[in-house]
Design a protein around this ligand. Structure first.
Ligand code: IP8
Length: 259
């Protein structure tokens, strides 16, 4: 089984509210359709989630009832992006089934409290391709919370121990510093926990509502420890994702879990 996270920065224009990059979505769907094993697709929210989630502080402790309408709005918006991804996967010849975290996962103070992974198992056994995404979910303490696609990757990796976990980004992989901020950077061919101290994680822009790059890399390392192999590849370069899901050698960063 192969687990793929399509980053929101590849699927959307992150600076423009609810603007999808439809050509990229269509191309990536075709590249995924060549996967040699069953596939789980997770996607980020991009500008269908992060802009309003930040504006209404949905990632913070529950602040009041006025956040409910904003939460509902973001839930609806991420479903719109998800429908675009599902449509593209259908067109590419897969049989995708959308499994929304708002219905299948709950949190307690920002941590996963329950996750119905059996729904994923039942559909994949049938031969469908489960698709899930960063979403606004129930939270016992806060009322609502944000569940990122990375959290879903971890839950799915723990439950299914994939052969391969592929993180699709808008850059070639992990660099020694943010390539959008500095020029004197080097692409890391592989990263393990002991390399983190040597990386400058200062971001070029405002961090996502779902956390810093460092936090995301730490989560990737945890995901990698539940997968046969894990890598970050650039989804803006044609055929990188196709080759990565097929297990072919590809430019990117190998994420090595474990101590
Ligand atoms: O793009 C974020 O998920 P991510 C989810 O995977 C929302 O970090 C609603 C902002």
């Amino acid at each position: 089984m192969i687990l793929v996270k399509l980053g929101g920065s590849v699927l959307t224009d992150k600076a423009r509210l609810r603007v999808a990059r439809k050509a990229a979505i269509a191309r990536l769907a075709k590249e995924l359709a060549g996967a040699p094993e069953s596939l789980f697709v997770v996607h980020g929210a991009g500008s269908f989630g992060h802009i309003l989630a930040r504006r209404h502080r949905l990632g913070d402790a529950f602040l009041g009832k006025d956040q409910l309408a904003a939460g509902a709005r973001v839930q609806r918006d991420v479903k719109v992006l998800d429908a675009l991804v599902v449509d593209a996967l259908l067109k590419a010849g897969l049989a995708p089934v959308s499994l929304p975290p708002s219905a299948l996962l709950s949190m307690d103070d920002g941590r996963v409290a329950s996750f119905d992974w059996k729904a994923f198992r039942d559909y994949v056994v049938l031969g469908l391709t489960p698709v899930t995404f960063g979403d606004v979910v129930r939270d016992r303490t806060r009322g609502l919370a944000i569940c990122s696609g990375d959290v879903l990757m971890l839950e799915l990796a723990k439950a299914f121990r994939p052969t391969r976990a592929v993180f699709v980004a808008d850059v070639d992989g992990l660099f020694t510093a943010d390539p959008k901020r500095r020029r004197d950077v080097r692409l890391l061919e592989s990263v393990r926990a002991s390399d983190l101290d040597g990386i400058d994680f200062t971001p070029a822009g405002i961090p996502d509502v779902t956390g810093s790059i460092e936090g995301k890399v730490r989560r990737m390392l945890e995901i990698a420890s539940h997968a046969g192999e894990a890598m970050i590849v650039n989804g803006n370069v044609k055929n990188r994702v196709r080759d990565a899901v097929r297990g072919r050698p590809v430019a990117g960063t190998r994420v090595v879990g474990g101590p």
